[in-house]
Design a protein around this ligand. Structure first.
Ligand code: MN
Ligand code: MN
Length: 321
């Protein structure tokens, strides 16, 4: 299926450094104009859940800029997601930079609107708390979901600073408590670094979340790790969340909470390719903080991950037709 209306602008026609930046040089559409869109790329320019180094509110803009480096065809499959699906840049989600609870409400409402149009969302954060309102919107449509979560952190903490429950360290504890995720179908890959205490790991164990530390990943390797993940989520509706701090900070210094000793980019790309065929209902790549990496390399890393996700999502869409 090719619909020229939805094709990415080729670097052969307009040089990559020219033109207004949209995600992967795709057409930009408002949600009201998006009746025929299969997959929507959405920016969430918000970092009100950040507990340490801020900046992911600037993520979507730099990711759009760096995504002009993405070409249309995957070099291994020889195929383009832009031939398989109608994909558009749906712009940025409405947010409130000074009110956490209002921001969560606005983001959820926006995604309900997107899902009403049967658009599969692939989001660019924003800090990791952005995933919570997206999951709230998705759960209204799909019920409790599975999740494959790539991160140095579990994001299963209860609260920060005397009981505040909504930060980028707590989204998946809330999502499990609210019944948005089926915790027995949640797998976290890449956990590492020092922790405040074992509270998040205890929460995960109590709810049967499968937590794969970077050390266990080293033992299993890419193929076996992803076999474990695939078996765990099976064919249930599954969300994919990719925190850019899961690759080593050598590859992604521009993030709020870097932890040394992470994946190489190559391992991360290989793992995303192994998501083929899963029942993916949405995905995000979060925590890109441009002020900590003015080179833009972290954002390039993130949009390259988004392209791999897009290839998998577009392929699945066709398979499910
Ligand atoms: Mn995270
Ligand atoms: Mn993290």
């Amino acid at each position: 299926m090719t619909d020229k209306q939805f094709d990415a602008v080729s670097g052969m026609d307009v040089p990559r450094f020219a033109g207004v930046a949209t995600f992967m040089r795709l057409p930009q559409k408002s949600i009201d104009q998006a009746n025929d869109v299969d997959i929507g790329l959405i920016g969430i320019p918000w970092d009100g859940g950040t507990t340490n180094r801020p900046g992911p509110r600037h993520g979507p803009r730099q990711m759009r800029d760096q995504s002009s480096m993405i070409r249309r065809v995957h070099h291994l499959t020889g195929e383009s997601p832009f031939d398989r699906a109608r994909i558009a840049d749906l712009g940025d989600c409405p947010v409130n930079p000074i009110d956490v609870m209002d921001a969560l409400t606005r983001i959820e409402k926006h995604y309900v609107h997107i899902l009403d149009k049967n658009i599969l969302p692939l989001s660019a954060g924003g800090d990791h708390l952005c995933s919570l309102p997206v999951l709230r919107a998705l759960a209204k449509k799909h019920g409790p979901m599975g999740m494959v979560h790539f991160d140095a952190h579990s994001d299963l903490w209860d609260s920060y600073f005397g009981g505040f429950k909504y930060t980028h360290g707590t989204p998946f504890a809330r999502a499990i408590e609210e019944g948005l995720l089926d915790p027995a179908r949640v797998v976290q890959i890449g956990l590492r670094g020092s922790v405040y205490d074992m509270e998040d790991r205890d929460f995960g164990k109590k709810h049967n979340v499968r937590m794969i530390s970077i050390e266990e990943f080293d033992e299993l390797g890419v193929d076996q790790t992803m076999a474990v993940a695939r078996q765990l989520v099976g064919d249930v509706k599954t969300y994919i969340s990719f925190d850019i701090d899961c690759p080593d900070p050598a590859y992604a210094p521009g993030t709020g909470t870097p932890e040394v000793g992470g994946f190489t980019n190559r391992e991360a790309l290989y793992m995303l390719r192994k998501l083929r065929g899963l029942n993916i209902v949405g995905a995000d790549v979060v925590e890109v903080s441009p002020p900590f990496d003015p080179s833009g390399y972290t954002a390039l890393n993130a949009v390259t991950m988004m392209f791999e996700l897009l290839c998998v999502m577009a392929e699945n869409l066709n398979a499910n037709d």
